[in-house]
Design a protein around this ligand. Structure first.
Ligand SMILES: Cc1ncc(COP(=O)(O)O)c(C=O)c1O
Length: 369
């Protein structure tokens, strides 16, 4: 049998540069490694309240039809989204998570040698897509944990093809305001596609928030990404979408794999959209959890970044990897800041009241030992 030692010579050269994505440990891995019965996972900004009961019922019903391929155009969901957001259905592209829409954006628009701008630290999919497409990453440092939009505008060149802005910003939870985004968009030329990645949109309560939709409605080269993974609690189904002016979406659809979104995912997303209560419950949980964690961090004398998402970046004042390991031994998982260039920060997802209390208990133990 061949050992395929030369297989990398056959690979696309660009992908050799990719550093493997580190997803963090699954709860199962932690349980097995440490022999503990219960793990509180606050590492991936999931929603522990779980999906709408209507979504679960819709999945159960859709389960009977899994032997047929799903609707490749996601027609029912697309119509419902178009009604919900009052946009042209032609402009909507549904993906296997908004992750897949990010990949499609790369495939459809980004050529080797093009420049792609994002903030440093970025959400992991932006550098991944940029590298796969053999394009040039331009990473612009954040300013006080906020996207530095003037510096990003300054970094635009003739070669710039795409700009990613996650708003709220993962991993800091901050937003850029409507005024800031307006000034920025005034400086963006027509040859640049601006991606407003609004994965945490439903959690934002700051009225100054700078949404991307006005630019989509104006017909700019802009796309807004939203997801059912966060507030709608369907992360495991993999379904998200982009909303763009129809001509931009037509380009994206050229690279969409047929049947990319599972029928159960389409059915669950459609039912979720029709149940406002589940999102309201999730918003309430995050608002209450945020206040509780702020109070506890204040009591503990820890600096944190005020958030508009369902996670908080907090400076624990010790090595983030050590803090992570010690928290894990207590059955709590978070994200270390070192991967974001923040060696004494951790990023913790806001969970249920019980999960937040367990996290604070464990953190107290870690920091006092
Ligand atoms: C900023 C941002 N964009 C996109 C995603 C991907 O979401 P999805 O599950 O829809 O692929 C995430 C997930 O964590 C995220 O934080």
């Amino acid at each position: 049998m061949t050992t395929l030692t030369n297989i990398w010579q056959l690979a696309r050269p660009s992908i050799k540069k990719i550093k493997p994505y580190s997803p963090g440990k699954s709860s199962q891995e932690v349980k097995e490694e440490l022999g503990i019965a219960e793990v509180t996972k606050l590492a991936s900004n999931e929603n522990p309240l779980g999906p709408s009961p209507q979504a679960v019922a819709a999945m159960q019903q859709a389960a009977d039809s899994v032997y047929v391929y799903p609707d490749p155009l996601c027609r029912d969901l697309t119509e419902a989204l178009a009604d919900h957001w009052e946009v042209d259905p032609e402009g909507i592209v549904v993906g296997r998570g908004s992750d897949e829409v990010i990949h499609m954006l790369g495939l459809a628009f980004v050529n080797p040698g093009d420049e792609v701008i994002y903030s440093d630290p970025p959400f992991a999919l932006y550098p991944l897509t940029t590298t796969i497409m053999d394009s040039q990453a331009v990473a612009v440092p954040h300013r006080n944990f906020v996207h530095d939009l003037p510096a990003i505008a300054e970094a635009i060149t003739d070669k710039t093809k795409m700009i990613f802005i996650s708003n709220p910003y993962n991993p800091t939870g901050t937003i850029v305001t409507a005024g800031q985004v307006d000034e920025f968009m005034d400086r963006v030329p027509d040859h640049v596609v601006v991606v407003f990645d609004e994965a945490y949109y439903e959690y934002v309560d700051d009225t100054e928030f700078g949404e991307g939709m006005p630019y989509v409605r104006e017909g700019r080269a802009a796309i807004v990404l939203r997801t059912f993974s966060k507030a709608y609690a369907l992360a495991g189904l993999r379904i998200g979408y982009g909303m763009a002016p129809p001509p931009l979406s037509a380009v994206l659809k050229q690279v969409r794999p047929p049947f990319n979104v599972a029928g159960m995912a389409q059915a669950a997303a459609l039912a979720s959209l029709q149940d406002p209560h589940q999102v309201q419950r999730s918003q309430r949980m995050v608002q209450e959890g945020k206040q509780y964690l702020y109070n506890k961090f204040d009591e503990m004398g820890l600096d944190y970044v005020p958030t508009q998402a369902n996670f908080i970046l907090v400076d624990v004042g010790i090595d983030s990897q050590e803090c992570f390991d010690a928290l894990m031994r207590q059955g709590v998982t978070v994200r270390t800041g070192d991967i974001f260039g923040l060696p004494t920060h951790i990023r913790v997802t806001i969970g249920t009241a019980e999960q937040n209390e367990r996290f604070i208990g464990a953190l107290g133990e870690v920091l006092s030992s």
